[in-house]
Write a protein that binds this ligand. Structure first.
Ligand code: DAH
Length: 343
């Protein structure tokens, strides 16, 4: 009994001193496990005189129950502490500022191309795309551009492969060859725009780049006139530039149109009074256009007596430069984020 009293007296202190669940289990084995003093005493109750058994038995039960209670309390406290620690460790501070993930956006040229296409789609035009490596036939011959035309010189055109017009390969110098490809595969009426990259043997300067973008337009129907061309282009320019810019149409020459014209827009920089950007003319050239030459219709098997049409090719890079007042075309191709992020 003496031993039991001591055991019971020491138990609360020992149990409280335990700092983790594993040590608590070891202590539990020691205090009330199969090999514990209490369990051993219980097993030997039978060797006591019968009148002492109930008294000692009751004391043993009391001690056992008390110690078990203390252990349970301590276990609960340790588990709570462990959980608190886990919560603390895994705590998420929802007030922390977000990690700044840079989000990209479409390139100014892609945005401009899409905008031009959208305007023509809203006017009922279809959209087609063609190869950037073209045969001389599609790039020149079918477009009424004879072998002697200066545009075919190596000083203007980038050749991929020399040969007969059908085999000779060039980097297309304009999107106009798609007029031919489209008419070869579609019957009139035709209303189509063709966006795409084109190439020239040009040296880079403020308004020229060896690669740039055009949108070609072609309308072929029973009674298309120059007035349709003018009205369509005016509607496009108004939609793209708004009311602030004025446009004008000037006579010009292209082998694949007759008559031919150029469309100019009033200079964004000087508003028409003349400055360095517009070479003191007050105007910036944006596109070539005209009424489709009968020879072009003949090349694709259309009857020039039955149909007429207009065509145009607009420089998309120029549109972007003029719209945003960008002073060098190189900014569209250098991919300097400090520039691109502004658009
Ligand atoms: N292809 C010409 C160029 O790149 C532009 C052009 C002029 C396109 C007249 C046309 C057109 O469709 O009718 O300079």
């Amino acid at each position: 009994m003496q031993e039991l009293t001591e055991l019971l007296a020491a138990a609360p202190g020992r149990i409280d001193a335990v700092g983790d669940l594993e040590s608590l289990e070891a202590l539990e084995r020691e205090l009330i496990g199969r090999e514990s003093v209490i369990a051993t005493m219980r097993r030997s109750l039978g060797s006591l005189p019968p009148e002492e058994r109930p008294v000692v038995g009751a004391r043993l039960n009391e001690a056992f129950t008390r110690i078990r209670e203390l252990l349970a309390e301590r276990r609960a406290a340790l588990e709570r502490a462990a959980e608190d620690q886990l919560l603390e460790e895994e705590r998420v501070d929802v007030t922390l500022p977000l990690v700044d993930v840079p989000v990209g956006h479409r390139h100014l040229l892609s945005q401009t191309l899409d905008e031009v296409i959208d305007i023509f789609v809203s006017l009922g035009y279809a959209v087609a795309r063609g190869p950037e490596v073209e045969t001389s036939y599609y790039n020149f011959d079918a477009l009424n551009t004879p072998p002697t035309h200066p545009a075919r010189l190596e000083s203007d055109t980038l050749y991929v492969d020399w040969g007969e017009p059908e085999d000779e390969l060039v980097l297309r110098t304009h999107t106009s060859p798609m007029q031919i490809r489209y008419m070869e595969t579609h019957q009139p009426p035709v209303y189509v725009v063709v966006p795409g990259r084109v190439y020239r043997a040009d040296t880079l300067d403020a308004t020229h780049s060896p690669v740039f973008n055009q949108v070609e337009g072609l309308a072929v129907d029973a009674d298309i006139t120059m007035a349709d061309l003018k009205g369509t282009l005016a509607a496009f320019m108004r939609a793209f530039f708004g009311k602030e810019r004025t446009v004008r149409l000037l006579p010009h020459f292209f082998p694949f149109t007759e008559p031919s014209a150029e469309m100019h827009v009033s200079c964004f920089n000087c508003d028409g009074s003349g400055c360095r950007v517009c070479s003191n003319t007050g105007w910036i050239e944006l596109l070539g256009c005209g009424m489709v030459d009968p020879n072009v219709f003949e090349a694709v098997g259309y009857d020039p007596a039955a149909v007429s049409g207009f065509a145009f090719g607009v420089g998309v890079d120029r549109l972007a430069l003029v719209r945003h007042g960008i002073n060098h075309i190189k900014h569209l191709y250098e991919n300097d984020l400090r520039v691109l992020e502004q658009f």
